[in-house]
Design a protein around this ligand. Structure first.
Ligand code: DOR
Ligand code: ZN
Length: 345
């Protein structure tokens, strides 16, 4: 087995960069590995307009370390009140690739999200017309629905009808976590894809409770069963172009995770390709990593594939206990544990 793996430079099709000093701290990790990333708009306040997206993009571009090239692909945060004219402005701007649907209350900074998708039907129709992609956080939010069932219920109650109502809208079902989601995407019409995170490929829900409660394994959608994890691994390593890389790296300051009410999100940008290499290698499918990481997402978004490459080497390394995060610290995935692939260049 070769000790070097050179692949087309990948892109991250789902990333939280935050803003200010926090963004400055985490952006280098992504920019060292990925050429482009789809930047989530769930800031406080959310990125709801093209003007806000332009300003945020400028701040990101200004923070890219010297010597690295990185292109932020911006998204707008959908609300009940988004005017259709905003979709036209986003399209004209050129740097906005899509709009993110957060069901109100589903996750971090989603309180301004959409309360009922029926309210945004006109906006979705305009998005389909101008070719913007809908990125979906696929969980229902009713208190009565078990947290482990929220994705499946969303498919039946919201996503399947939405995809049928808007037959030309391109939809990315973000960070899928269940066998049901894999099956939905496989059976869906053309123009429906999904991103898969490293944590949902590497862990099942036992990890949250292994020997005690472990807040660094808490993310949304929450980790699911071993059967779900197998379905995701099978989808990611199958060579099916509808499934592609999106880390959902979501940094939170250490004290906000190690807390009586800890935030949802796992930080993975420091090893954003290495973690997938581990998962694919364990599945005996390393040869399928390059297309999943670097081809299928670009093709789905209708963007050119990158032309340069990165190289990974089979050399163990251990992510530190924490990284700098502005005035705080963040605890990364695999902190203090050994990873088998290292980024060379
Ligand atoms: O775990 C999560 N963290 N899931 C999300 O949907 C949002 C994200 C965040 O922004 O922290
Ligand atoms: Zn996310």
């Amino acid at each position: 087995m070769s000790d070097l793996l050179t692949l087309r430079r990948p892109d991250d099709w789902h990333l939280h960069l935050r803003d200010g000093a926090a963004m400055q701290a985490v952006l280098p990790h992504t920019a060292q590995r990925f050429a482009r990333a789809v930047i989530m708009p769930n800031l406080k306040p959310p990125v709801t307009t093209t003007t806000l997206a332009r300003e945020y993009r400028d701040r990101i571009r200004a923070a890219v370390p010297q010597g690295l090239r990185f292109e932020p692909l911006m998204t707008l945060y959908l609300t009940d009140n988004m005017p259709t004219a905003e979709i036209d402005r986003a399209r004209e701007a050129g740097f906005v690739v899509g709009c993110k649907l957060y069901p109100a209350g589903a996750t971090t900074h989603s309180d301004a999200g959409v309360t009922d998708v029926a309210r945004i039907d006109a906006v979705l129709e305009r998005m389909a017309e101008v070719g913007l992609v809908l990125q979906v956080h696929g969980e229902v939010t009713h208190e009565a629905v078990d947290v482990f069932d929220r994705e499946q219920r969303f498919i039946d109650d919201v996503l399947a009808p939405l995809v049928a109502r808007h037959p030309t809208l391109r939809v990315v079902f973000e960070h899928i976590t269940t066998r049901a989601a894999v099956e939905f995407v496989r059976g869906a019409r053309a123009g429906v894809g999904a991103t898969i995170t490293p944590q949902h490929l590497l862990y099942n829900r036992n990890e949250i409770f292994r020997g005690g409660i472990r807040p660094h394994y808490y993310c949304l959608p929450i980790l699911k069963t071993e059967d779900d994890r197998h379905a995701l691994l099978e989808a990611a390593t199958s060579g099916d172009p509808r499934f592609f890389l999106g880390t959902d790296s979501a940094p939170h300051a250490r004290h906000t995770k190690e807390n009586a009410c800890g935030c949802a999100g796992m930080y993975s940008a420091h090893a954003g390709i290495e973690l997938y290499a581990l998962a694919f290698e364990r599945a005996g499918a390393l040869a399928r990593l390059p297309a999943f990481a670097a081809d299928f997402g670009a093709d789905f978004y209708g963007l050119p594939r990158n032309e340069d490459t990165i190289t990974l080497q089979r050399r163990p390394w251990t992510p530190p206990a924490s990284y700098d995060f502005g005035t705080d610290r963040i605890v990364p995935m695999f902190a203090g544990e050994s990873l088998n692939w290292s980024l060379v260049s």
